[in-house]
Design a protein around this ligand. Structure first.
Ligand code: SMG
Ligand code: MG
Length: 384
C-alpha cells in the first residue's frame, strides 16, 4: 500500500489554528560540516509552533542560514512566514494538513517555509487523533537503515579517520561530499579502506559543469551507488548527458522540487534514483507523492537530510519507513551533529533508527532547550 494510509478514524479531522509562534535557536555542531557550498559549525534553526483548539504542533524549517543549498535561508523563511504564510493559515482557521499547500498557494516558492507550517499542522492534527506520523504516512517498517554524510575533510587522513568512526558506529552507507579538487583521490582512498562491498556514494551539491564529464567518469572505477547532483539545479539536460556518459547512477537532489519535476526528470533519464527531502518539495505530503510516483516507475528513493534536530529527524525517519525507500538515507543519529538534541535522542542500533511510535511526530520538543538556545525573541503571530 502506498500513499497516505489513514488507519485511524479521525486522523484526517481538521484543526482550528489560533496562533503561530516562530522560535529561532542555534545549536553547535559536534564537528564543522563542509560541502562544496562552504563550511558550517552551528545549525541556525527556525521552529514553528502552531497553537490550535485541538492542541499544539511543532514543525522544523530546514532552510540553512545562507541561501547556498537553495534560494531559501532562515531569515527569509521567517519573513515569508510572518508576512504571508502565517496570515494565510490563520485566515483559513480550520485546516487539515492535506489542505495546507493550497491554503498557502498564493505565495510562489518558499517550499521550506511552507513545509515547516505543514509539518506543524500535521503534528497537531495527528496528535489530536492519537496517530503517529508513521501510521499516517503509511510506514511499512518499524526501523530504517541509516547512512551518514561525510563532509569535505582537511586531508585524506582526516577523512579516513572520520569514515572509520562512522563505520564502527554501524552506519550502513557512507556518502562523501565531493567538489573539483576533492573527488577521485578521497573516493579511491575510502573505497580501498572500506573494501568492495561497502555501500558508498558521493554528493557534489552542484559543484561541476558539463565540461567535467570526462573527469567524473573516473568515478566509475569505485563501484558507487550513485552520484548526487553534480550540476546546477535548473540544468536537467546536463544530467541527462552525464547519465548517458557514465555507469554510476545519477541521483538528483536540489533539482527535484515537486512531483511534476521528479516525473519529468525520471522520464528524461536524468535521474535513476531520487533523493527525497520534504523541506525541498514543500512538505511531507508532497514528499509522499514523489515517493509514490517513483515506486510506480520502479525508481528507488532514499531520504535526504538537512542537519535536522530531533524534530525534523523524527518525521524523516517516519517518511523513510515507506516501501519505496530501499536505500539507506541521510537519517543519521542525533550524535552525528549534536552533543545534545532538541528532543529525545535518535540512537543508532545495528545501523538503524526506530520510527517513533507515539502520536504526531512522536517526539517532544524540550522547551527548556528552546529557551536556552534562543537567538531571537519568540514571535507570536495571531489573527488580526
Ligand atoms: O542531515 O545528515 C544530514 C545532511 C546530509 O549531506 C547532507 N545534506 O545536499 O544532501 C545534501 C546536504 C544538504 C545540506 S548541506 C548544505
Ligand atoms: Mg545532496
Amino acid at each position: 500500500m502506498t500513499g497516505i494510509a489513514v488507519h485511524t478514524p479521525g486522523s484526517a479531522l481538521p484543526v482550528e489554528v489560533e496562533a503561530v509562534e516562530l522560535h529561532r535557536i542555534a545549536m553547535p555542531l559536534v564537528r564543522p560540516f563542509e560541502t562544496s557550498f562552504g563550511r558550517q559549525s552551528a545549525r541556525d534553526v527556525l521552529l514553528v509552533r502552531v497553537l490550535t483548539a485541538q492542541g499544539e504542533g511543532w514543525g522544523e524549517c530546514v532552510a540553512m542560514a545562507d541561501p547556498v543549498y537553495s534560494s531559501e535561508y532562515v531569515e527569509g523563511a521567517a519573513a515569508v512566514i510572518r508576512d504571508y504564510l502565517a496570515p494565510a493559515l490563520l485566515d483559513a482557521r480550520t485546516v487539515r494538513a492535506a489542505e495546507v499547500t493550497s491554503v498557502l498557494g498564493a505565495t510562489v516558492g518558499h517550499r521550506m517555509a511552507k513545509a515547516a507550517l505543514e509539518a506543524a499542522v500535521l503534528d497537531a492534527q495527528t496528535r489530536a487523533a492519537g496517530v503517529s506520523f508513521g501510521e499516517y504516512f503509511g510506514a511499512v517498517r518499524p526501523e530504517v537503515d541509516c547512512g551518514v554524510s561525510v563532509g569535505i575533510a582537511p586531508s585524506i587522513e582526516a577523512l579516513l579517520d572520520e569514515v572509520t568512526e562512522y563505520a564502527e558506529a554501524g552506519y550502513r552507507r557512507i556518502k562523501l561530499k565531493i567538489k573539483p579538487g576533492w573527488d577521485l583521490e578521497p573516493v579511491a582512498a575510502v573505497r580501498s579502506m572500506l573494501g568492495p562491498d561497502a555501500l558508498l556514494q558521493v554528493d557534489a551539491n552542484t559543484a561541476y559543469t558539463v565540461a567535467d564529464i570526462d573527469h567524473l567518469r573516473g568515478l566509475d572505477d569505485f563501484g558507487l551507488l550513485l552520484i548526487e547532483q553534480p550540476f546546477v539545479e535548473e540544468d536537467i539536460a546536463a544530467h541527462v548527458t552525464l547519465a548517458q556518459a557514465i555507469d554510476t547512477p545519477v541521483c538528483l537532489d536540489e533539482s527535484i522540487t515537486s512531483t511534476a519535476v521528479a516525473i519529468d526528470a525520471i522520464e528524461r533519464d536524468a535521474t535513476s534514483i531520487v533523493n527525497i527531502k520534504a523541506g525541498r518539495v514543500g512538505g511531507y505530503l508532497e514528499a509522499i507523492r514523489i515517493h509514490d510516483a517513483c515506486l510506480e516507475r520502479d525508481v528507488p528513493v532514499w531520504c535526504g537530510g538537512m542537519l535536522e534536530t530531533g524534530l525534523g529527524r523524527a518525521a524523516n525517519v517516519a517518511l523513510a519507513a515507506l516501501p519505496g525507500f530501499t536505500l539507506p538515507g541521510d537519517t543519521s543519529a542525533s550524535d552525528r551533529y549534536f552533543a545534545e538534541d532538541l528532543t529525545e535522542s535518535f540512537v543508532l542500533v545495528d545501523g538503524r533508527l526506530a520510527v517513533p511510535a507515539g502520536p504526531g511526530s512522536g517526539v517532544t520538543v524540550r522547551t527548556e532547550l528552546v529557551a536556552a538556545w534562543r537567538t531571537r525573541p519568540t514571535e507570536l503571530l495571531a489573527r488580526a
